[in-house]
Design a protein around this ligand. Structure first.
Ligand code: SAM
Length: 259
């Protein structure tokens, strides 16, 4: 029997369902059901938190343990908003596999709403459908750990030109380039942020020209060359937590107390 279900905050007590929860019945399937039944040895009567990526947490009680799924009754739902005040989208020429998972986990923690893998002239990694599915799994694990109730979306890979040229007119657009200007000189306060980080080999000159022509600010992140992951984290942290420090705490849900 699982013991500390009372606070509902422990990552081990949070489970993602594959379907939107719209009634009092919910089903946990696949690896999440396996984890509850066989790893945590859950029992009928245990209370857990269910997540469906909608921004809600659902308090639910286990009513039946079947061979391949777990049935639950939903007792209560609450809206928990831990998103950034402004949407942040990260376009990135992804690094290799194990570094991809680490990067996605950190971008979940930092509140990025969508990651768009970019096909650039010097990209060497082109994630296929299977790797994108694996990354979505990492999104769920990271969301449980940091208490996020909306899922970061990992989009399909797109050519850089499409990403640069299809951002909303109201967005602020920042492309990380060692030869760019200081972030302090770039205006903030837009409705959303679109960011771009290049491959290990860097951007080609015509890619940077295209970005400038499409209204992107080329921003330097210091005098040292950063790995792709570091550049992504610095940009996301800069815009998500430093420039908007304060609004998040006052307008949004309080941070988790158990971490
Ligand atoms: N030799 C490449 C160059 O000079 O651009 C290094 C590429 S770096 C490993 C990968 C990506 O991270 C770059 O394309 C850029 O988007 C970003 N990046 C790395 N260091 C940066 C810095 N100091 N300032 C801005 N962006 C940086």
């Amino acid at each position: 029997m699982l013991e500390v279900w009372g606070t509902y905050e422990d990552m081990d007590h949070r489970f993602f369902v594959d379907h939107p929860i719209t009634s009092a019945q919910a089903i946990l399937a696949g690896s999440e059901a396996h984890h509850l039944q066989h790893v945590l040895r859950g029992s009928v009567g245990d209370e857990v938190i269910l997540l469906d990526g909608s921004g809600h947490e659902f308090v639910a009680r286990v009513t039946r343990l079947a061979r391949a799924h777990v049935e639950l009754v939903v007792l209560e739902s609450r809206l928990v908003d831990r998103e950034l005040p402004r949407e942040m989208v990260m376009g990135v020429a992804l690094p290799k596999a194990d570094r991809q998972r680490w990067l996605i986990e950190k971008l979940v923690e930092l509140g990025v709403a969508r990651v768009v893998p970019l096909r650039t002239q010097r990209s060497v990694v082109h994630p296929d459908q299977q790797s994108l599915v694996k990354l979505q799994r990492s999104v769920k694990e990271a969301s449980k750990q940091c208490g996020r109730t909306r899922l970061l979306e990992v989009a399909e890979i797109v050519p850089l030109a499409d990403y640069l040229q299809t951002t909303p007119a109201s967005a602020s657009k920042w492309i990380a380039d060692p030869a760019g200007t200081s972030p302090a000189s770039i205006p903030t306060g837009a409705s959303s942020y679109y960011l771009a980080v290049g491959p290990e080999g860097g951007w080609a000159d015509d890619e940077l020209s295209l970005a400038r022509a499409a209204g992107w600010h080329a921003v330097s992140l210091g005098a040292r060359i950063l790995r792709i992951e570091t550049a992504c984290l610095v940009l996301a942290a800069l815009l998500g937590t430093i420039y908007h420090r304060g609004t998040e705490d006052t307008e949004r849900a309080s941070p988790r107390k158990d971490l």
